[in-house]
Design a protein around this ligand. Structure first.
Ligand code: CDP
Length: 221
C-alpha cells in the first residue's frame, strides 16, 4: 500500500475489552500512524476528579476541571497520559477508576473538552483513534470506521487475563460500563453510519488485524 494513499484517519469504536487498543496499536506500528487510545483520557480525567474529590454528580465542578487543561496525551503505541505533568498511565486501570469512569464520561462538558483535544491530535498527522464515539462524533468523516464487538464471555475472558482479575468480576465491570456507555444521552456508544463491524469472538489478534487491513486497503483504493 502506497503511504500517501493511506486514509488520514482511522476510527475504531466498540464496547469494553473488544480489542480496540490491540488493533489500534498494531495498525499504527505497521502503517506508521499515531495512535490515540481516547479511553485513557477519560480514565485520566476520572483519576483527576477522584483525587480532587469532585463527584460525577457535580457537573459544574467537573466542567471546570475538564476545561483547566491539566491533561496531556502523547499519542503513540502506548499513548502516555500526563496529569499536571505527571505520567499517570499506569494508574488508569485502578479499580476506583474502572468503577467510576463511565459516570464521568457521561458528562457533556467533560466530553466536549476531550473531543476538542482529540480532534487537535487527529489533525496533526495520520492518526488512529480508538474509543466509543470516534466514528459518530469525533471524526464523523473518517475514511475508515471500524466497530469491534465480541461476546460478553470472550471480552470478560480477555480482560481477566490482561488485568489479572477474575472472569466473573471482569464481566460485571465491563457489562456495567457498557450499559452506562450505550444508554447515556451524550455521544452514546453506537455503530457509526458506514462503519464496518468486526465480530472478534473466536478470532485471533492476527485475524482481526488482517480483517482491518483489508478495509484499509479498500479505502486506499
Ligand atoms: O479498554 P476498555 O475498552 O475497557 O475501556 P476504555 O476504552 O479505556 O474506556 C474507558 C471508559 O471511558 C469507557 O467505558 C467509557 O465510559 C469512556 N470512553 C468514552 O466515553 N468515550 C471514548 N471515546 C472512550 C472512552
Amino acid at each position: 500500500m502506497a503511504k500517501d494513499s493511506l486514509p488520514a484517519t482511522i476510527a475504531i469504536d466498540g464496547p469494553a475489552a473488544s480489542g480496540k487498543s490491540m488493533l489500534g496499536q498494531a495498525l499504527a506500528e505497521r502503517l506508521g500512524y499515531a495512535f490515540l487510545d481516547t479511553g485513557r483520557m477519560y480514565r485520566a480525567f476520572t483519576l483527576a476528579a477522584i483525587l480532587r474529590q469532585v463527584p460525577p454528580t457535580d457537573s459544574k465542578a467537573c466542567a471546570e476541571l475538564a476545561a483547566a487543561g491539566r491533561l496531556r496525551v502523547v499519542p503513540g503505541a502506548d499513548s502516555r497520559v500526563f496529569l499536571d505533568n505527571v505520567d499517570v498511565t499506569d494508574l488508569l486501570r485502578e479499580p476506583a477508576v474502572e468503577a467510576n469512569v463511565s459516570a464521568y464520561s457521561a458528562i457533556p462538558a467533560v466530553r466536549e473538552a476531550m473531543v476538542a483535544l482529540q480532534r487537535q491530535l487527529a489533525a496533526s498527522g495520520k492518526a488512529i483513534l480508538a474509543g466509543r464515539d470516534i466514528g459518530t462524533v469525533v471524526l464523523p468523516d473518517a475514511p475508515v470506521k471500524l466497530y469491534l464487538d465480541a461476546s460478553p464471555e470472550a471480552r470478560a475472558r480477555r480482560r481477566s487475563t490482561q488485568a489479572a482479575q477474575g472472569e466473573t468480576e471482569a464481566r460485571r465491570d465491563i457489562s456495567g460500563r457498557d450499559r452506562i456507555d450505550s444508554t447515556r444521552p451524550a455521544s452514546p456508544l453506537a455503530i457509526a453510519p458506514g462503519a464496518i463491524v468486526i465480530d472478534t469472538t473466536g478470532m485471533t489478534p492476527d485475524e482481526v488485524i488482517a480483517a482491518a487491513m483489508e478495509q484499509i486497503r479498500c479505502a486506499a483504493g
